[in-house]
Design a binder for this molecule. Structure first.
Ligand SMILES: [Zn+2]
Length: 285
């Protein structure tokens, strides 16, 4: 699944291609979208805004309609110049939105809906901006309140709850726990207020650092490596723990462990030495 920072970048690039320009063509393989377009034609309207909200990408049109797409595992938006060759087969096309300059194509986008702006948050359970790590309206106190309600859950699972804190994906989850010296298997009540505040601030800082203009496509949390030439073959080269099972911890040399965690069986990486359980218990890797 794309992480929140990936959707944020897509929204930024799509915004540059679409905002303020009249739509010339709209096409979709989804009947619900074409029906909406029959009633309220999108051609001729202007795109007012493109934004990411958690893992949703929202395209707001001047008529007050919003196209909401969720990529899940398979979907992606591409931006092409007219006449440019698509990088995916035509049968993967689900949505096309064109203006005079660009053709934007949603490939294998599994979830797509047209909604009125006021219907959005309720209809799609789109995370409110106050809990979105990439939003200017982020409210750490609100996130803290929501997090503390997850009493019986392990922090590694809670960081993935989009209704608690939106935009942290599975890679960031392990990295945030490492950077804050937190065991991902520690239950919320054992964390303490100070640790929770640090976890929230770190979540924001790490995800935001990865949407800077020059930050490239890979997630980077570990900057100790000067040249990232082996990058393609080694996705863990710019990370503290994720994808590094069996390799030495960058801080203490202990071997990084890997374990499947939580009801959704997501993979978690951690260092037992740097991220001990508060009660000193050991978790098997
Ligand atoms: Zn360590």
């Amino acid at each position: 699944m794309p992480e929140g920072d990936t959707i944020f970048r897509t929204a930024r690039a799509m915004g540059r291609a679409l905002i303020g320009k009249p739509v010339t063509v709209f096409r979709s393989t989804y009947p619900m979208l074409t029906r909406f377009d029959d009633d309220t034609p999108l051609a001729g309207q202007t795109v007012d805004q493109v934004e990411s909200r958690g893992k949703w990408l929202l395209i707001h049109f001047s008529s007050g309609g919003t196209l909401a797409t969720h990529m899940l595992m398979s979907g992606s938006w591409h931006i092409y110049r007219h006449g440019e060759r698509w990088q995916q087969p035509r049968q993967n096309m689900r949505i096309v939105l064109e203006n005079a300059e660009y053709v934007t194509v949603g490939f294998r986008v599994p979830v797509a809906k047209m909604l009125k702006h006021h219907e959005l948050e309720r209809a799609l359970r789109i995370p409110s901006a106050v809990i979105d790590v990439l939003s200017d309206n982020f409210d750490a106190a609100e996130v803290s309140t929501r997090l503390l309600k997850c009493r019986d859950e392990e922090i590694g699972d809670v960081l993935l709850h989009q209704e608690v804190i939106a935009g942290v994906g599975n890679v960031f989850k392990s990295e945030i726990c490492f950077v804050t010296a937190t065991s991902p298997f520690c239950k919320v009540p054992a964390l303490g207020a100070e640790k929770i505040a640090t976890l929230i601030a770190t979540s924001r800082r790490l995800v935001k650092a990865n949407v800077l203009e020059d930050s490239g496509d890979a997630i980077v949390t570990y900057g100790g490596r000067k040249r990232r030439t082996t990058h393609e073959s080694d996705p863990g080269a710019s990370l503290w723990v994720y994808g590094r099972a069996g390799e030495p911890c960058r801080k203490c040399g202990e071997l990084i462990r890997r374990r499947i965690q939580g009801p959704d069986a997501r993979v978690t990486f951690w260092c037992q030495q740097c991220q001990p359980m508060p009660d000193g218990s050991e978790i098997d890797g």
